[in-house]
Design a protein around this ligand. Structure first.
Ligand SMILES: *[C@@H]1O[C@H](CO)[C@@H](O)[C@H](O)[C@H]1NC(C)=O
Ligand SMILES: *[C@@H]1O[C@H](CO)[C@@H](O)[C@H](O)[C@H]1NC(C)=O
Length: 467
């Protein structure tokens, strides 16, 4: 307005003109005062966690954005490779340290996936190492040259490498260490290792709660993380004071002290080896087998099915029970009568219960919390159409149970093990973890457009504590 005044003089009454001359300095002072007051309210409020909105949000806030544009803020990076059994995933994270609360905020992540898994290079470790080299090249797109020397780099292997013979796994790990040493990123001898189920559970749990902004409001507001892998299944959640006492008495090794942004939380995590979906399948299918065990008859498999299945280097032929259950479907409008071979769900259920039900300690209070489940929980729900594979969704235990019954009652050679898998999942949730029919599970691959992966939790850990 002032500049316009000079260029195109506008006739104004003297009184107005006068005030327009005086007001800028007055308003400037007033605005600066207001900004200062706001700033202190925000800083002090954030410090005492007393603000109505969540400053501990994982993303960038307005003040940090301002700092970025003024060049006062810098990025922090971490590069993590998740070497899983079916593929390797690179996650290159971009963070910054917030001016408001000093916490790391997630700005961006690069996600690159390659197949097959590292463990499939057990006889040619150089090829496995080359795969890692190619992934690291991609990380260079994210981390500028000046930052690479102090950007921590870590690779953790999970189930695939755990199952390899020790010396083969060691040779692969040594090759990857060589690649890391020669890379421009910061790595140490600890950078490459096989991760145990406890860390996997804790880091996944951290990732979920960080992305949901659940830290800072007490353990009852945090989400439960349920992971169903091939070999093991993990359950992880924060304990309130009463629960902590109970769990410390029952299973002290499973309670971990976690420091999440100035909040000390006691977190329970348990990894059940043998209750991963593939391991449970194997145990159920091979129970009570006599003689030649390469051909297996099982009550959870439809009588029309004959399918090959490989587990831990052995190939099995799976078939339905020798005395099949056939139900007679009466003729209806538009359909003809048929004798339909089905799985007897009652029998299948009790077979699965025999194996799964008594292996799990029922943690109390679990179903009161928000539950986030991933891996095979997600995959199987997507495969039978309970959720959309691209966006995920919310599924109740009853829906899993109903899907199991439907699958068992439908001859389907394209999904020959779906009846068994869904029954295992239902029994694990109901009889294992003690969920009710109405208990809901959030099944998502991403939260706020970020991958739900333990890699994010690990990135935090190594940025805060070193490699
Ligand atoms: C088991 O049965 C399969 C298929 O009939 C056969 O190929 C295999 O040789 C048998 N194995 C033994 C140990 O008898
Ligand atoms: C399924 O098995 C149960 C228990 O063995 C039996 O009572 C029931 O009649 C069977 N259902 C069918 C449809 O055959």
């Amino acid at each position: 307005m002032v500049a316009q005044d000079n260029d195109h003089p506008v006739k104004m009454p003297p009184r107005l003109r006068k005030s327009s001359r005086q007001s800028p300095s007055f308003f400037k002072l007033f605005a600066i005062l207001c900004l200062c007051v706001c700033f202190f309210v925000v800083v002090i409020g954030a410090y005492f966690q007393a603000l109505p909105w969540n400053l501990y949000a994982h993303g960038t806030n307005a003040l940090d954005n301002l700092a970025f544009s003024l060049g006062l803020q810098t990025h922090v990076y971490a590069v993590v490779i998740d070497a899983g059994s079916t593929g390797s995933r690179l996650l290159a994270f971009t963070f910054h340290k917030s001016l408001i609360d000093g916490n790391l905020k997630l700005d961006d992540e690069l996600f690159v996936q390659v197949k097959p898994g590292l463990s499939s290079f057990s006889n040619e470790p150089e090829k496995g190492a080359n795969q890692m080299l190619a992934l690291l090249e991609r990380a260079k797109d994210v981390v500028p040259p000046s930052e690479r020397g102090h950007t921590p780099l870590s690779m953790k292997a999970t189930a695939g490498l755990r199952l390899l013979p020790r010396e083969k796994a060691d040779r692969l790990i040594e090759k990857v260490r060589e690649v890391f040493r020669e890379s421009p990123f910061h790595s140490t001898a600890h950078s490459v290792s096989i991760m145990d189920g406890t860390d996997e559970g804790l880091f996944s749990w951290f990732t979920v709660n960080f992305l949901l902004d659940r830290f800072g409001a007490g353990p009852e507001h945090t989400a439960v993380a349920l992971d169903l892998g091939g070999g093991s299944t993990q359950v992880t959640f924060a304990l309130d004071k009463d629960e902590e006492a109970i769990f410390r008495a029952h299973d002290p090794d499973s309670v971990h002290e976690i420091n999440a942004f100035h909040n000390k939380l006691a977190v329970y995590t348990h990894s059940y080896l043998g209750l991963g979906l593939m391991a449970a399948r194997h145990a159920i299918l091979t129970a009570d087998q006599e003689g030649n065990t390469s051909v297996i008859h099982n009550v959870c498999i439809n009588p029309i099915v004959s399918t090959e299945w490989e587990y831990a280097g052995t190939t099995y032929t799976l078939k339905g029970p020798k005395d099949p259950t056939i139900i007679h479907i009466k003729e209806k409008k538009g359909t003809v009568a048929e004798d339909r071979p089905i799985v007897n769900f009652t029998q299948c259920l009790s077979t699965v219960q025999d194996y799964v039900a008594h292996k799990v300690y029922k943690p109390k209070g679990l179903s009161r919390r928000e539950i986030n489940a991933f891996s095979y929980y997600f995959d199987r729900a997507a495969e039978v159409g309970l959720i959309d594979e691209r966006v995920g969704g919310v599924v109740s235990l009853k829906q899993f149970m109903d899907a199991a019954k439907t699958s068992c009652n439908t001859p389907n050679v394209d999904q020959p093990l779906m009846c068994l898998d869904l029954t295992i999942i239902s029994v694990l949730l109901k009889d294992g973890f003690g969920f009710e029919s109405k208990t809901k599970l959030n099944l998502f691959k991403k939260i706020d457009n970020h991958e739900i992966s333990w890699a994010l939790g690990l990135a935090f850990h190594i940025l805060e504590n070193g490699l």
